[in-house]
Design a protein around this ligand. Structure first.
Ligand SMILES: Nc1ncnc2c1ncn2[C@@H]1O[C@H](COP(=O)(O)OP(=O)(O)OP(=O)(O)O)[C@@H](O)[C@H]1O
Ligand SMILES: [Mg+2]
Length: 238
Protein backbone atom coordinates (compact mmCIF):
# COMPACT_ATOMS: atom_id res chain seq x y z
CA UNK A 1 0.00 0.00 0.00
CA UNK A 2 1.32 3.45 -0.82
CA UNK A 3 0.90 5.99 1.94
CA UNK A 4 -1.46 8.93 1.49
CA UNK A 5 1.05 11.12 3.30
CA UNK A 6 4.73 10.31 3.46
CA UNK A 7 7.05 12.50 5.51
CA UNK A 8 10.74 11.76 5.20
CA UNK A 9 13.48 13.30 7.33
CA UNK A 10 11.54 16.56 7.58
CA UNK A 11 13.42 19.47 9.12
CA UNK A 12 12.02 22.91 9.91
CA UNK A 13 13.90 25.85 11.39
CA UNK A 14 12.93 29.28 12.69
CA UNK A 15 16.08 31.22 11.84
CA UNK A 16 18.89 29.30 13.47
CA UNK A 17 16.62 27.32 15.77
CA UNK A 18 15.69 23.94 14.40
CA UNK A 19 12.21 23.11 15.73
CA UNK A 20 11.76 19.88 13.74
CA UNK A 21 14.94 17.84 13.48
CA UNK A 22 14.39 15.20 10.85
CA UNK A 23 11.15 13.30 11.41
CA UNK A 24 9.70 10.54 9.27
CA UNK A 25 6.22 9.05 9.37
CA UNK A 26 3.38 7.97 7.13
CA UNK A 27 -0.37 8.20 7.12
CA UNK A 28 -2.26 5.54 5.17
CA UNK A 29 -5.73 6.01 3.76
CA UNK A 30 -8.46 5.50 6.35
CA UNK A 31 -6.16 5.75 9.37
CA UNK A 32 -6.04 8.03 12.36
CA UNK A 33 -2.41 8.79 13.07
CA UNK A 34 -1.62 10.78 16.17
CA UNK A 35 1.33 12.96 17.13
CA UNK A 36 1.65 13.48 20.86
CA UNK A 37 4.30 15.38 22.75
CA UNK A 38 4.89 18.05 25.32
CA UNK A 39 4.87 21.82 24.71
CA UNK A 40 7.37 22.92 22.13
CA UNK A 41 7.98 19.43 20.71
CA UNK A 42 7.36 20.67 17.17
CA UNK A 43 3.87 19.28 16.52
CA UNK A 44 2.29 22.53 15.30
CA UNK A 45 5.40 23.36 13.30
CA UNK A 46 5.06 19.99 11.56
CA UNK A 47 1.40 20.57 10.63
CA UNK A 48 2.04 24.13 9.47
CA UNK A 49 4.84 22.85 7.23
CA UNK A 50 2.62 20.12 5.75
CA UNK A 51 0.06 22.85 4.96
CA UNK A 52 2.66 24.94 3.15
CA UNK A 53 2.60 27.74 5.73
CA UNK A 54 6.24 27.13 6.66
CA UNK A 55 9.06 26.11 4.38
CA UNK A 56 11.04 23.04 5.40
CA UNK A 57 14.81 23.30 5.68
CA UNK A 58 15.23 19.66 4.70
CA UNK A 59 13.56 16.39 3.89
CA UNK A 60 10.54 15.67 1.75
CA UNK A 61 6.77 15.36 1.93
CA UNK A 62 4.66 13.41 -0.53
CA UNK A 63 0.87 13.74 -0.46
CA UNK A 64 -1.42 11.62 -2.61
CA UNK A 65 1.53 10.75 -4.83
CA UNK A 66 2.72 14.34 -5.34
CA UNK A 67 5.77 16.03 -3.78
CA UNK A 68 4.77 19.11 -1.76
CA UNK A 69 8.08 20.94 -2.10
CA UNK A 70 7.41 24.56 -3.13
CA UNK A 71 3.66 24.01 -3.46
CA UNK A 72 1.91 27.12 -2.03
CA UNK A 73 -0.64 26.72 0.78
CA UNK A 74 -3.76 27.36 -1.34
CA UNK A 75 -2.69 24.70 -3.85
CA UNK A 76 -2.19 22.24 -1.00
CA UNK A 77 -5.80 22.89 0.10
CA UNK A 78 -6.84 22.32 -3.53
CA UNK A 79 -5.09 18.93 -3.32
CA UNK A 80 -7.51 18.27 -0.44
CA UNK A 81 -5.19 18.42 2.53
CA UNK A 82 -7.12 20.35 5.21
CA UNK A 83 -5.84 21.89 8.43
CA UNK A 84 -7.87 22.80 11.48
CA UNK A 85 -5.31 24.99 13.24
CA UNK A 86 -4.31 25.24 16.88
CA UNK A 87 -6.40 28.02 18.43
CA UNK A 88 -9.14 27.46 15.84
CA UNK A 89 -8.86 30.82 14.04
CA UNK A 90 -12.48 31.16 13.15
CA UNK A 91 -13.68 34.54 11.87
CA UNK A 92 -15.57 35.94 14.89
CA UNK A 93 -17.60 38.62 13.09
CA UNK A 94 -18.76 36.39 10.27
CA UNK A 95 -21.71 34.09 10.77
CA UNK A 96 -21.33 30.37 11.20
CA UNK A 97 -22.57 29.78 7.66
CA UNK A 98 -20.09 32.33 6.28
CA UNK A 99 -17.24 30.66 8.16
CA UNK A 100 -18.20 27.33 6.62
CA UNK A 101 -18.49 28.88 3.16
CA UNK A 102 -14.93 30.19 3.52
CA UNK A 103 -13.74 26.61 3.94
CA UNK A 104 -15.03 25.98 0.42
CA UNK A 105 -13.35 29.04 -1.10
CA UNK A 106 -11.74 27.00 -3.86
CA UNK A 107 -14.93 25.23 -4.88
CA UNK A 108 -17.44 26.37 -7.48
CA UNK A 109 -20.01 23.56 -7.16
CA UNK A 110 -22.74 25.53 -5.39
CA UNK A 111 -25.00 22.57 -4.80
CA UNK A 112 -22.17 20.45 -3.44
CA UNK A 113 -21.17 23.26 -1.09
CA UNK A 114 -24.74 23.54 0.21
CA UNK A 115 -24.83 19.80 0.75
CA UNK A 116 -21.57 19.86 2.71
CA UNK A 117 -22.76 22.79 4.85
CA UNK A 118 -25.80 20.68 5.67
CA UNK A 119 -23.47 17.79 6.49
CA UNK A 120 -21.60 20.04 8.95
CA UNK A 121 -24.94 20.91 10.57
CA UNK A 122 -25.81 17.20 10.78
CA UNK A 123 -22.45 16.48 12.37
CA UNK A 124 -22.75 19.42 14.78
CA UNK A 125 -26.44 20.36 15.21
CA UNK A 126 -25.57 23.39 17.35
CA UNK A 127 -23.92 24.99 14.30
CA UNK A 128 -27.14 24.59 12.34
CA UNK A 129 -29.22 26.09 15.13
CA UNK A 130 -26.96 29.12 15.30
CA UNK A 131 -26.12 29.40 11.61
CA UNK A 132 -26.94 33.11 11.35
CA UNK A 133 -25.11 34.06 14.54
CA UNK A 134 -21.64 35.65 14.61
CA UNK A 135 -19.11 32.88 15.19
CA UNK A 136 -17.47 34.89 17.98
CA UNK A 137 -20.52 34.26 20.16
CA UNK A 138 -19.91 30.49 20.19
CA UNK A 139 -18.33 28.77 23.18
CA UNK A 140 -14.81 27.35 22.87
CA UNK A 141 -16.08 23.86 22.15
CA UNK A 142 -18.57 25.13 19.59
CA UNK A 143 -15.80 27.14 17.91
CA UNK A 144 -13.79 23.92 17.73
CA UNK A 145 -16.73 22.26 15.98
CA UNK A 146 -16.87 25.15 13.54
CA UNK A 147 -13.12 24.92 12.85
CA UNK A 148 -13.50 21.21 12.12
CA UNK A 149 -16.61 21.79 10.02
CA UNK A 150 -14.80 24.49 8.04
CA UNK A 151 -11.80 22.21 7.40
CA UNK A 152 -14.16 19.51 6.12
CA UNK A 153 -15.62 21.94 3.56
CA UNK A 154 -12.72 21.29 1.15
CA UNK A 155 -13.73 17.59 1.13
CA UNK A 156 -10.31 16.60 2.46
CA UNK A 157 -8.49 13.39 1.68
CA UNK A 158 -6.51 14.13 4.83
CA UNK A 159 -7.79 16.19 7.74
CA UNK A 160 -5.17 17.56 10.11
CA UNK A 161 -6.43 18.58 13.54
CA UNK A 162 -4.15 20.55 15.88
CA UNK A 163 -5.19 20.13 19.52
CA UNK A 164 -8.95 19.94 19.01
CA UNK A 165 -9.55 19.29 22.72
CA UNK A 166 -7.55 22.28 23.97
CA UNK A 167 -9.35 24.20 26.69
CA UNK A 168 -12.53 22.13 26.51
CA UNK A 169 -14.57 20.66 29.34
CA UNK A 170 -14.37 16.85 29.66
CA UNK A 171 -17.86 16.53 28.22
CA UNK A 172 -17.11 18.73 25.21
CA UNK A 173 -13.83 16.90 24.72
CA UNK A 174 -15.68 13.58 24.60
CA UNK A 175 -18.01 15.00 22.00
CA UNK A 176 -15.10 16.16 19.82
CA UNK A 177 -13.33 12.80 20.17
CA UNK A 178 -16.57 10.97 19.29
CA UNK A 179 -16.87 13.12 16.18
CA UNK A 180 -13.32 12.25 15.18
CA UNK A 181 -14.25 8.54 15.41
CA UNK A 182 -17.37 9.22 13.39
CA UNK A 183 -15.35 10.96 10.68
CA UNK A 184 -12.99 8.00 10.53
CA UNK A 185 -15.95 5.64 10.23
CA UNK A 186 -17.15 7.58 7.20
CA UNK A 187 -13.74 7.23 5.55
CA UNK A 188 -11.88 10.43 6.50
CA UNK A 189 -8.16 10.00 7.06
CA UNK A 190 -6.94 12.02 10.03
CA UNK A 191 -3.63 13.31 11.36
CA UNK A 192 -4.34 14.29 14.95
CA UNK A 193 -2.11 16.37 17.20
CA UNK A 194 -3.05 16.19 20.86
CA UNK A 195 -1.65 16.84 24.29
CA UNK A 196 -4.50 14.81 25.72
CA UNK A 197 -2.65 11.56 25.15
CA UNK A 198 -5.20 9.29 26.78
CA UNK A 199 -8.06 10.34 24.51
CA UNK A 200 -5.95 10.61 21.36
CA UNK A 201 -4.11 7.30 21.74
CA UNK A 202 -7.39 5.50 22.41
CA UNK A 203 -8.59 6.61 18.97
CA UNK A 204 -5.35 6.32 17.02
CA UNK A 205 -4.45 3.43 14.74
CA UNK A 206 -0.83 4.48 15.00
CA UNK A 207 0.94 7.18 16.96
CA UNK A 208 4.29 8.88 17.37
CA UNK A 209 5.68 10.61 20.42
CA UNK A 210 7.63 13.79 19.68
CA UNK A 211 10.21 15.35 21.96
CA UNK A 212 12.17 18.49 21.10
CA UNK A 213 11.84 18.10 17.35
CA UNK A 214 12.26 14.35 17.10
CA UNK A 215 10.09 11.25 17.08
CA UNK A 216 11.26 9.24 20.05
CA UNK A 217 8.68 6.47 20.11
CA UNK A 218 6.23 4.98 17.61
CA UNK A 219 3.62 2.25 17.78
CA UNK A 220 -0.05 1.50 17.55
CA UNK A 221 -2.31 3.69 19.67
CA UNK A 222 -2.88 0.78 22.05
CA UNK A 223 0.85 0.01 22.34
CA UNK A 224 1.66 3.58 23.30
CA UNK A 225 -1.34 3.80 25.61
CA UNK A 226 0.11 0.89 27.57
CA UNK A 227 3.76 1.91 27.26
CA UNK A 228 5.28 2.61 30.67
CA UNK A 229 7.32 5.65 29.58
CA UNK A 230 4.30 7.19 27.88
CA UNK A 231 2.14 6.57 30.92
CA UNK A 232 4.70 8.28 33.15
CA UNK A 233 5.32 11.25 30.86
CA UNK A 234 1.86 11.92 29.47
CA UNK A 235 -0.72 10.19 31.56
CA UNK A 236 0.42 11.46 34.93
CA UNK A 237 1.44 8.12 36.37
CA UNK A 238 4.59 7.37 38.34
N1 LIG B 1 7.24 31.64 14.95
C1 LIG B 1 8.19 31.08 15.68
N2 LIG B 1 9.41 31.65 15.79
C2 LIG B 1 10.40 31.09 16.51
N3 LIG B 1 10.28 29.93 17.18
C3 LIG B 1 9.10 29.31 17.12
C4 LIG B 1 7.99 29.84 16.37
N4 LIG B 1 6.94 29.01 16.50
C5 LIG B 1 7.37 27.98 17.28
N5 LIG B 1 8.66 28.17 17.64
C6 LIG B 1 9.45 27.26 18.48
O1 LIG B 1 9.52 26.00 17.83
C7 LIG B 1 9.42 24.95 18.78
C8 LIG B 1 8.26 24.04 18.40
O2 LIG B 1 7.03 24.74 18.55
P1 LIG B 1 5.63 24.14 18.16
O3 LIG B 1 4.63 25.21 18.28
O4 LIG B 1 5.75 23.44 16.88
O5 LIG B 1 5.44 23.06 19.31
P2 LIG B 1 4.18 22.19 19.71
O6 LIG B 1 4.66 20.78 19.81
O7 LIG B 1 3.04 22.47 18.82
O8 LIG B 1 3.86 22.73 21.19
P3 LIG B 1 2.47 22.97 21.93
O9 LIG B 1 2.08 21.62 22.45
O10 LIG B 1 2.82 23.89 23.03
O11 LIG B 1 1.48 23.53 20.96
C9 LIG B 1 9.27 25.61 20.14
O12 LIG B 1 10.52 25.64 20.75
C10 LIG B 1 8.79 27.01 19.81
O13 LIG B 1 9.20 27.94 20.76
MG1 LIG C 1 1.16 23.23 19.11
Amino acid sequence: MTALLKVEDLKVAYGKIEAVKGISFEVNEGEIVCLVGTNGAGKTTTLRTLSGLLKPSGGSVTFDGNPLANVPAHKIVAMKLAHSPEGRHIFPRLTITENLQLGAFLRTDKEGIEKDIQRAYDLFPILGERRKQAAGTLSGGEQQMLAMGRALMCQPKLLMLDEPSMGLSPLMMQKIMATISELKATGTTILLVEQNAQAALSLADRAHVMEIGKIVLSGTGQELLHNEDVRKAYLGED
